[in-house]
Write a new protein. Structure first.
Length: 145
């Protein structure tokens, strides 16, 4: 599921703008040769994609479009955009080290989520179905009749 923004820029073009440190998972802006607006003075060599969205993922902008840091890191490291989703193995959405990233389907990625704070059963994926719930007295009546 390559995003529309990813379709507009190749991994090699992204590699010309950013460097990726596989050990720390951080992205850095490269020095631009064709800098006419003072970008190099302000950003070259500094960490990129430091903004953290409400879901906890690091993101940033390239050519005016928002992109997720873990997808950019994957593209720089492997030379291609991920075909589907990227899973953070340790569950830390801001940890973009390449050893912590793996390709995943939506089903697999959802299965890897932590337990919801609203969970009352103690098990992932278990919920109360109110239309089927019976009290103990109702169950005894059904069994006895």
């Amino acid at each position: 599921m390559v995003t529309e923004k990813e379709k507009g820029i190749s991994p090699s073009e992204v590699s010309m703008l950013l460097t990726y440190d596989t050990e720390t998972g951080k992205l850095y802006w490269k020095f631009r040769v064709d800098d006419a607006g003072g970008f190099n003075v302000k950003y070259a060599g500094k960490e990129a994609f430091t903004s953290i969205e409400r879901k906890g993922y690091k993101n940033g902008r390239i050519n005016g479009g928002n992109m997720k840091a873990h997808r950019v890191a994957w593209a720089i490291h492997y030379g291609e955009w991920p075909e589907d989703q990227i899973d953070h193995i340790n569950g830390d959405k801001s940890d973009n080290r390449i050893c912590n990233l793996r390709p995943a389907t939506n089903e697999y990625n959802c299965r890897n989520k932590g337990m919801s704070s609203r969970n009352t059963s103690g098990y992932n994926g278990v919920s109360l179905c109110k239309g089927v719930a019976f009290g103990l007295a109702s169950i005894k009546r059904i069994i006895l009749t």
